[in-house]
Design a protein around this ligand. Structure first.
Ligand code: PMP
Length: 305
C-alpha cells in the first residue's frame, strides 16, 4: 500500500503530490505545519491519533498569524486526517504532517494577495530521539522574540532557527540543543519543550519564554497533576538551574518524553531517567497508545472495528 497524501483537495499517492518550483512558501517560509502522531497499539490492532483536534486548533491559530484562510474547519481537517490514515493502512507508529501554505506561484515577500492551500500526508516513523537518555548542549542560537517571528506558531520559516540549533548540537557530538530566550532564560529544544524536576516539583519555561506551547507539554502537566499529584511551575528558568536539577526531560510529539542524561557535559541526576521522569514516561506511553481508559478522549481510533 503506497502512502497517501491529501493534496489540492483530493487523496492521491504521496509520490504524485508535487508543487511548482515558484511556490511562495518554498521561497519565503510562508507556511504553517503540524506534527501529529499515529500510535500503533498491536494488542488491539488499532492506530490512535493523539490529540488530533488540539493540533488543528494550533494550526488554525498559526494560519491566523500568517493570513492563511484555511479551506476547511477544524472538524473537517480531523475527518480528512482520519481518512488519510485509514487509506495509508500503517500498522506501526506513524507521523502525520499537515501543512497550510501560500500556494501562489508568485515572487515578492508578503503575506497578502496570495492563494493558500492545505495538504497533509503520513509516513511510518518510530522514535525521534532514538536513545534512552539524550545528551544536550546550550545552543549558541537563541529563540526569537515574539516581535521577531512568533515562536508559538509552527511557521516553516521559523524552523531555520531550529535547524541551526539541531545541526550545531549534533556536529558537536550532542543529541539536541537547548535554546535560550533573547534575554538569556531557558526556552526549549529544537523540537521539544523542556522540564526539570526540582525538589519533587516539575518546572518548565513559561509560555512567554519564546516557546512553542507543546501539546505534549500540556499532556505531561495534566498527567503529573491528575495521576501523580505533582504540580508544574511555569516560570522563567535560568541556565544554571539546568545543571543542578534533580531530573530533566524533553517532551514533543516526535520525541515523546525523552530523559536528558547530561547538559554541557554535566551529568543530570543519575545520568539516566529519574524516578518522576520514568513514572511519567510509563503513564504517557499508556495514554498515547489508548491503554488508559480515563484519557481515551485524547485518542482518535483510525480503523473501524
Ligand atoms: N518546541 C518546538 C520548537 C517544536 O517544534 C515542538 C514539536 N512540535 C515542540 C516544542 C513540542 O510540541 P508538541 O508537544 O506539540 O509536539
Amino acid at each position: 500500500m503506497p502512502p497517501y497524501a491529501f493534496f489540492q483537495n483530493k487523496f492521491v499517492p504521496l509520490a504524485e503530490a508535487k508543487i511548482g518550483i515558484m511556490t511562495h512558501a518554498l521561497h519565503y517560509g510562508t507556511a504553517v505545519f503540524e506534527g501529529i502522531r499515529g500510535n500503533w497499539n498491536s494488542e488491539q490492532g488499532q492506530m490512535y491519533i493523539f490529540r488530533l483536534k488540539e493540533h488543528y486548533q494550533r494550526l488554525e491559530d498559526g494560519c491566523r498569524l500568517l493570513k492563511i484562510d484555511l479551506p476547511h474547519s477544524v472538524d473537517e481537517l480531523c475527518q480528512i486526517t482520519v481518512e488519510l490514515a485509514r487509506k495509508c493502512a500503517f500498522r506501526e507508529d506513524s507521523y502525520i504532517r499537515p501543512l497550510a501554505y501560500k500556494s501562489s506561484e508568485a515572487l515578492g515577500v508578503r503575506l497578502h494577495d496570495l492563494d493558500n492551500d492545505f495538504l497533509v500526508f503520513a509516513i511510518p516513523w518510530g522514535r525521534y530521539l532514538d536513545m534512552d537518555a539524550c545528551k544536550c548542549c546550550i545552543s549558541t542560537w537563541r529563540r526569537p522574540a515574539d516581535s521577531v517571528i512568533p515562536p508559538q506558531a509552527k511557521i516553516t520559516g521559523l524552523y531555520a532557527n531550529n535547524a541551526f540549533t539541531k545541526t550545531e548540537a549534533m556536529e558537536n557530538g550532542f543529541d539536541e540543543g537547548i535554546m535560550l530566550t533573547p534575554d538569556g532564560y531557558v526556552s526549549e529544544g529544537s523540537g521539544e519543550n523542556i522540564f526539570l524536576v526540582i525538589n519533587g516539583k516539575l518546572v518548565t519555561p513559561a509560555t512567554y519564554n519564546s516557546i512553542l506551547v507543546g501539546i505534549s507539554r500540556d499532556t505531561v502537566i495534566q498527567l503529573a497533576r491528575n495521576e501523580l499529584g505533582i504540580d508544574t511551575i511555569e516560570r522563567p528558568v535560568v541556565r544554571s538551574e539546568l545543571y543542578t536539577a534533580d531530573e530533566c526531560f524533553l517532551t514533543g510529539t516526535a520525541a515523546h518524553i525523552t530523559p536528558v542524561a547530561e547538559i554541557d557535559r554535566r551529568q543530570i541526576g543519575s545520568g539516566s531517567a529519574g524516578e518522576i521522569t520514568a513514572r511519567l514516561q510509563e503513564l504517557y506511553f499508556a495514554v498515547i497508545k489508548g491503554n488508559h481508559a480515563k484519557y481515551l478522549d485524547w485518542c482518535t481510533p483510525v480503523y473501524k472495528k
